[in-house]
Each structure stands twice: as C-alpha cells, then as structure tokens.
Design a protein around this ligand. Sequence first.
Ligand code: NIG
Ligand code: FE
Length: 411
Amino acid sequence: MSTGLQLWRHGRLATMTSGVPWGWVDDGALLCRGDTLAWVGPEAELPAALARFGTPAEEQDLQGQVVTPGLIDAHTHLVYGGHRAREFELRLQGASYEEIARAGGGIRSTVAATRAASDADLLAGALARAHALLGEGVTTIEIKSGYGLSLDHEARCLRAARRVGEALPMTVRTTSLAAHALPPEYEGRADDYIDAVCSWLPQWHAEGLVDAVDGFCERIAFSPAQIERVFQAARALGLPVKLHAEQLSDSGGAALAARHEALSADHLEFLGADGIAAMVASGTVAMLLPGAYYFLRETTLPPIAALRAAGVPMAIATDHNPGTSPTLSLLLMLNMACTLFRLAPEEALAGVTRHAAQALGLGASHGQLRAGFRADFALWDVDHPNELAYRFGHNPCHGVVSGGQAVTLAR
Ligand code: NIG
Ligand code: FE
C-alpha cells in the first residue's frame, strides 16, 4: 500500500529555522506527506526517519541544489485597476507624493480606475501579478484591498484576492485596507467614513473575505484616533490588525498598532524609540518595504540598528502597488533591504520566510523547512543562499513546490 510519502534527497537546505546560520543542512532530505513536511534533516539520519515513516512512494534527487522555504510576500496591494506611470512622470518633474495625493491624485486615482474595472479585469490583473511572484519562488502572499473604498468595491477586491488563492498554488491571506484613503464621496467627512468602514467590516467578515485589518495612519490619510476605531471594530470580530505606520512622518502609529497586538507595523521610516519599545512588548513584526523607500526617494531610513538591537523581528515585502512600489520582484527587495537598509543577507532571507510568516500569523506553519510545516519550498540555481540577496534583476529560481506539489513555472 502506498504511504503517499514523497522524498526529496540531497538538497543543500537553508531551512531558516533559528539556531544555526541559515538553518543550514549541507546534505539534507525533505519527506512530505500530502501538503505537509513529515521530516526534514541530514541524509545521515534519513534511514532512521524512513524506518519510522515508511517507504516513500516517490523519490527525487535534488543533486545539491539549494532549497529554501517558499518565499512569503507579506505586504502587497495586488488588486487594482490602471497604473500611475503619469504620476511617476509628475514626481520626476518635482511634484511630491503628498502634493499629488492632496490634489486628488495618488491613491484616489487608482480608486477611480479600480471602481471602473470589471470583476474579470481585477482578477486577471491580480492573477498575472501573483503569477510573476510565484515564478520567483513565492508561495504565500498577503493581498490587501484598499482601492475600492466602498462596501461593494472593497468586497469585489477581496473576492478577487480570494480567487487568486483558489486559482494558483499559493497561500493567500487577505487584508481589509478600507481605511487607506478618504473616498471622494466622503470629502470633509473622514469620521463618517470611518463609521462606515466599522459597519462594513462585519459584512465582509461574514462573507469570509477578511483575514486581517490594516489602515494608513498618516497626515494625508487617517489620524490615530480614527485608526483606533477601525482596530476596535476589527478586534471585536476577532480579527488581527496591522498598520501602515510612520511612512512619511511619526504619528505614533506603531505604538497604536502595538497596543492592539498588531501582527506587524509596516514602512517605519520615521519610527522612534517609543514605537520600538511598544513593538517589543507586543511582539509586533517590523515590516520593511524598501521598494517604496526607493521609489519615493525617501532619505530617512527605518531605524534598522535599533530594531535589531531590540530584537524586533524584521520582515521584508514588495508592497506591490501602483503608486509607491510597482515592483513584482521579492528578490529585488532582498537586494534593496541589504544595499539600502544594510540588512545582512541572512536577515533579508529570514525577512521573506520565517519573519514574514510571523507577520501573517502563520509562524507555526509557514516560512521554515521543518516537520509539521507546510511543504512549500523553492529550488535555486545558486552556490549559496546569500546569492539571492547579492544579485539583482536576475531570477535563479529553478523549481517551486507548493503544498507538496511541484509547480510548473512558465518562462
Ligand atoms: O504602502 N502608504 C500607503 N499605501 C501604499 C501606497 C498606495 C498608493 O500610493 O497607491 C503604500 O505605500
Ligand atoms: Fe502598502
């Protein structure tokens, strides 16, 4: 009788479990049962493992390829209509992101394009973007709403996000970011809009559309008091929260998020010592988004050394969105996290595996090659995993396994 076990042998494993650097196993094997890793360890210990688990139905020789956990992009805005190439031109002519936003462009222009897009177009755009990420070994993504900004349009975006997870071999976590910007029909009535968001959340939640709730706490978006109300509504539903905080100024957003036991506080260029202390106390992950830092030509760096010294886990994501980070390369973010933010390559890889999983509340099931975790992994044509951060504009992903199933990568 088939054991249903699949064995992958002779890999050089960056398991990304904590302990040894990279969680390195020089000649290692992965034993999968269904979508889960039953056992991971050195070849020398494989006979004992097989005596315990049985003979595998299938066996593959990885021939020394480097294996990492499937990468995790834990902050994306993948569902939207249109693009903002014209806004990019305006910024190159001297307009700032904030000026464009205050003049009704920016997020609002993407809201108009998103509302005008059909369900089919929203899904097709999101699928194409998710597929590009998958080709770089990304097996888990977070997808935010935030360009619909009404009961119906936000629901359409969240449904599209859910359908990405059904159509592709990826784990998708959805996040409601209705508190992203003030839609034009609520001009001058931000508090009324927040009331509306709080009343809509239970409806999206009842439809199973929301895994977490996010907001944009900034002088061009919502105040801490307004975000607090959204967080209270989220937590009343048992939903975890996260926050776009301290991107353009220090509004105390990270400390507010930490008070609500946020999974992550994201951006953090203007994070101060109080915010760091609050994040330590709540176990909130620092989500670093070097693509937005680069594309907005920010000059204030997030306080990396202080976060590291305080032991705050640091995650890295694309922040893919049409306004501040139109990238679809998580590998490029690894490079930028090192070159711009001075992370070590191992910290950067932890940022898109173990710590990214933690930022999605998936720290006990995703982001490490470890028994009991999901059998998501990526095979790389590199000598060492530090090359994933070293190269840029280059994709050495050679294979992807998601939930124990090999994924066919279109090239
Ligand atoms: O993560 N900061 C707020 N939200 C997005 C940008 C949204 C946009 O400009 O369309 C971000 O950078
Ligand atoms: Fe974002």
